[in-house]
Structures are given as structure tokens and as C-alpha cells.
Design a protein around this ligand. Structure first.
Ligand code: BES
Ligand code: MN
Ligand code: ZN
Length: 494
């Protein structure tokens, strides 16, 4: 869906459907909604007076063939109380209104920027949120459907009369669209089935992306990883017929800045290995590369937006399988930083591949490292499917990420990183073991990874509970959510 901005009244814009809004409790609409009300001879006012429409958040009312307007459909969307309005509500309302407007096959839909007038929000930020809500909410994954269903609208036209706001709105729409399309790029990867998205296919997708956005891409093969001593990553890969790949992207727009590394867990399917998972719900493990998807999506957005950063993305891509060549519980592997790890459970594979990927990023000069991973079921137990978990050994980095998440509209909660938790993953036979028991599993899993970060400032986002949605919510359809893309982009753009 293309999004364009024009200077025109909503009552004149050429479109199949038009979207206007109303705050809860308002009796006589103003602004663009007022203009539509006057054009229709007061139909919107009568809708309000009759009690048919109250302006509750995400409530919609549709007038078909509204008299006095050139469009065949007018959608009125509720913004909730003016005092509670926010950018997050713009995203929600934008998605809800677009869905209603698109019903019946409207191809060209016009809208105003919710909140940029009476709402008092910054017009550029509101326009970005509008574009995000529209593109995120209308996402579908139809790659394997013979009948893809009704097509999404072809164009969303943002109409604004105020000349002074037009520049900011155009810029905001562009920024929001790039961001949302990058989230949708990540969603496509997460939704892709394991037989299609193998480590090699993920590497190919990264190469293609790099070509498209003009960043450098290198893929390390098994032999190179052997030479580098990445025994933890290679141990996980051993059980699979699919060769492992270490994907490295570099975007050094400003090489004078300290190097930041984003590291994303890329387990293209996690059976658990010899410590095999139960069958129930195992198909969700095709999404065990959601950290990788988030990192690639973030690089996509940052490069297209021209962010002034010195950035490296590292994605260890493997498949975790049980087989005659698979790693066994009790095996000892050695990571590239020389630390030895007793593999207590082959299903704790994420921290093993991230150990080598984080160590690699540090040898490449990364001074700040953020890894993103569907790491632990324990994080889902702790925070549910609402919040991603944050564990960090660097308070400043943690604060920056929390602030970025809030501004981006993603929920992140920090867990403690007390060094005393490290006791739990001491091994009798090696330097560390890859499990820390049931207690505080999200924390011990995360801190295990920090053992490989050297002197770099390190933080970790556990997205096990948030990467895959079981229920549709506001602008997030079922399936891969593309979570963490927006937080990472916000963080590196500020
Ligand atoms: N990929 C899983 C974590 C996961 C669980 C992601 C639920 C998404 C939804 C991870 O590799 C895993 O299996 N972790 C184990 C670790 C344990 C063996 C220490 C877990 O959480 O049970
Ligand atoms: Mn696992
Ligand atoms: Zn896993």
C-alpha cells in the first residue's frame, strides 16, 4: 500500500472511502470532521446526538453513499477521551479505521492525521504513527495461499489543509512507512516455515536485503567458523543436515562513532535437539529466528533512513535437530573466547550460538552489544505475552533501550542482573553450563550470554513471549509480530 500526502480538503479528495475522527464526548465536531459534517448536512452531528456513535477508542461508524461528499463511503472513528490521547492510540485508530474503510474493496482511501489538529500531537510524529498503524494493521502473510483473499487497498491518501504542517507530515509519513515496512519484513521472515527458511535461506535473504539497501554483507561458512573456534555455535549445528551460517552486515554511515553490534538469534527451527521438545505447540519454533528477523528489519530501516551510526549486525543461523550426529547432554564445547561450556540441555541452544556471535562482535571492535532472542520459556512465564524482557549489565544502555521502547510503542520490562545469579550456571566439569535451573531462568539465560561480551557494554532483549502473537491485537495480526525492530530503530536514531 502506497501512502501519499496532498493539500486538499477531505470533502473534495478523490477516493473510494474517507476517514474522519471524533474524540469521546464531543457533541459538535470541528476541523476536518466538522467540514464533513457540514458537507453532509449535519449527518455526523445527528449520528452523535442519536447515541449511535460516542467516539470510544477504535469505535467505528460507516455512512454509505454520504450525500454531499464525492466518496462512496465515510468512516467515522472514535479517538477516546482527548485527555488520554497518544501516539500509540494514533497507531491503533489508524489500523481500525483503515480496516473498516477497506471492507467492501475500497482501493483508494483518504484520511486525516488523527491528533495533528485538535489532538495537540506533533504533526510529524502523528503522521508517522498514522502510517505505522495503517501498514502494520493491514499486514497479511499469504505466501502459501492459493487464494490470497481480497487485496489490500492500493493507496492511502493523507489530506491536510494546513500548509504549515505539510512538510512535517510528509516527512513523518515517509519515516513511519519505512519503519512499518521493516517490521513487516521481519514478520515475513518469522512467518516463513522452517522447510523454506533454512539457515542458508536466511543468509540469502540477508544478502538480498543488503544489496537492496546498500550495506555490506558477509556470510561465514562452517570452515571459517571452525577456524575461529566457534565450538558452541557449531555444536548446536552438528545435529542438522542444514549447514550453519554466520551472517554479518556492516553499515558504517559514520565510522568515527563507536561500533554498535546488534546480534539476533537465528534458530530457523528449534526441535530442542536430543533434549527434544514435546509435540504440542512445537510449530511455533519456526519463529525461533525472530531475534535475527528483528535485527535485519532494524538494519533495513536504519539504512533507508540514513541513520548516523556505525553499525554491525551479527546473525548466527542454525537449525537445532536431534540426530546421530547431534550434540548430547553432558557434552563439553569451547566457544571462540576460550570459555568451555557443559551442555546440560541441548534445548538451551540459543545462548550457545549467541555466545560465539557476541564474542565475534566484540573481536570485531563492538563497544556496545545488544542481542535479541526468543531465548527462554521462563521469560514468557515471568512477563507473559505482553512485555519483552530486558537484561543488561550496563545501566545507561538499559535506560536508553527502555526509553526507546516507550517512545516506539513497544512494551519492555527490565529484570535484575545481580551477579549473584551467575552462581546458578557454574559447572562441575567446565567453565560454565548452559542451564541455570528453573529459578529466574530468563535472567540466568541472559547472563550466560554476557559472559561472552568481554568489556563491551551489553544488553539483551528476550522476545520469547512477544515475537509470535496467538491473538490479533490492534495493529498486530496473528503470527510473527516483528517486535523489537521499532525499539532498536528508535534507540539508534536518537
Ligand atoms: N526457543 C526456546 C525458547 C522459547 C520458548 C521461545 C517459548 C519461544 C517460546 C529456547 O531455545 C528454549 O528451548 N529454552 C529452554 C531453555 C531451558 C532448556 C534452560 C526453555 O526455555 O525451556
Ligand atoms: Mn531451545
Ligand atoms: Zn530456541
Amino acid at each position: 500500500m502506497k501512502i501519499s500526502v496532498i493539500r486538499e480538503s477531505i470533502t473534495a479528495v478523490e477516493a473510494d472511502a474517507v476517514i474522519v475522527n471524533l474524540f469521546q464526548g464531543v457533541e459538535s465536531p470541528g476541523g476536518a470532521t466538522g467540514a464533513a459534517d457540514r458537507a453532509t448536512g449535519g449527518l455526523i452531528s445527528r449520528l452523535i446526538q442519536s447515541g449511535e456513535f460516542r467516539g470510544k477508542l477504535n469505535e467505528t461508524a460507516t455512512l454509505h453513499f454520504p450525500p454531499g461528499l464525492p466518496q462512496r463511503k465515510l468512516v467515522l472513528v472514535g479517538l477516546g477521551p482527548a485527555s488520554e490521547f497518544s501516539l500509540e492510540r494514533v497507531r491503533e485508530v489508524s489500523a481500525a479505521a483503515l480496516k473498516e474503510a477497506a471492507r467492501g474493496g475500497a482501493r483508494r482511501i483518504a484520511t486525516i492525521v488523527h491528533g495533528a489538529g485538535i489532538g495537540g500531537l506533533d504533526p510529524g510524529e502523528a503522521a508517522a504513527a498514522l502510517a505505522e498503524g495503517a501498514l502494520l494493521g493491514s499486514y497479511t502473510y499469504a505466501r502459501f495461499k492459493s487464494d490470497p483473499g481480497a487485496p489490500a487497498p492500493g493507496e492511502l491518501v493523507v489530506a491536510e489543509m494546513d500548509e504549515k504542517k505539510l512538510g512535517a507530515i510528509e516527512e513523518g509519513v515517509r519515516r513511519g512507512a519505512v519503519l512499518a515496512e521493516s517490521v513487516n519484513f521481519a514478520r515475513d521472515l518469522v512467518n516463513a516455515p522452517g522447510n523454506h527458511l533454512t539457515p542458508a535461506a536466511l543468509a540469502e535473504a540477508a544478502r538480498e536485503l543488503a544489496r537492496e539497501i546498500g550495506v555490506e554483507c558477509t556470510v561465514l561458512e562452517r570452515e571459517e567458523m571452525e577456524r575461529l573456534g566457534m565450538g558452541a555455535l557449531l555444536g548446536v549445528a552438528k545435529g542438522s543436515a542444514e549447514p550453519p551460517k554466520l551472517i554479518v552486515l556492516r553499515y558504517a554511515r559514520d565510522a568515527s562513532r563507536p561500533l554498535v553490534a546488534l546480534v539476533g538469534k537465528g534458530v530457523t527451527f528449534d526441535t530442542g535437539g536430543i533434549s527434544l521438545k514435546p509435540a504440542k505447540g512445537m510449530s511455533e519454533m519456526k519463529g525461533d529466528m525472530a531475534g535475527a528477523a528483528a535485527v535485519l528489519g532494524a538494519v533495513r530501516a536504519l539504512a533507508l533512513l540514513g541513520a548516523e551510526v556505525n553499525l554491525m549486525a551479527v546473525v548466527p543461523a542454525v537449525e537445532n535437530m536431534p540426530s546421530g550426529t547431534a550434540m548430547k547432554p553432558g557434552d563439553v564445547v569451547k566457544a571462540m573466547n576460550g570459555k568451555t561450556v557443559e551442555v546440560d540441555n541441548t534445548d538451551a541452544e540459543g545462548r550457545l550460538i549467541l555466545a560465539d556471535a557476541v564474542a565475534y562482535a566484540v573481536t570485531q571492535g563492538a563497544q556496545r552489544v545488544v542481542d535479541v532472542a526468543t531465548l527462554t520459556g521462563a521469560c514468557v512465564v515471568a512477563l507473559g505475552r505482553l512485555y519483552s524482557g530486558l537484561v543488561a549489565t550496563d545501566d545507561r544502555l538499559a535506560e536508553e533501550l527502555l526509553k526507546a521502547a516507550a517512545a516506539a510503542g513497544e512494551k519492555v520490562w527490565r529484570l535484575p542482573s545481580d551477579p549473584a545469579y551467575r552462581e546458578q550456571y557454574k559447572s562441575d566439569v567446565a567453565d560454565l553450563k548452559n542451564t541455570g535451573g528453573r529459578d529466574a531462568g530468563a535472567i540466568t539465560g541472559a547472563l550466560f550470554i554476557s559472559e561472552f561480551a568481554g568489556d563491551a557494554a551489553w544488553a539483551h532483549l528476550d522476545i520469547a513471549g512477544t515475537a509470535f502473537a496467538e491473538k490479533e491485537k490492534a495493529y498486530t495480526p496473528r503470527g510473527g509480530t516483528g517486535v523489537a525492530v521499532r525499539t532498536l530503530v528508535r534507540w539508534l536514531m536518537s
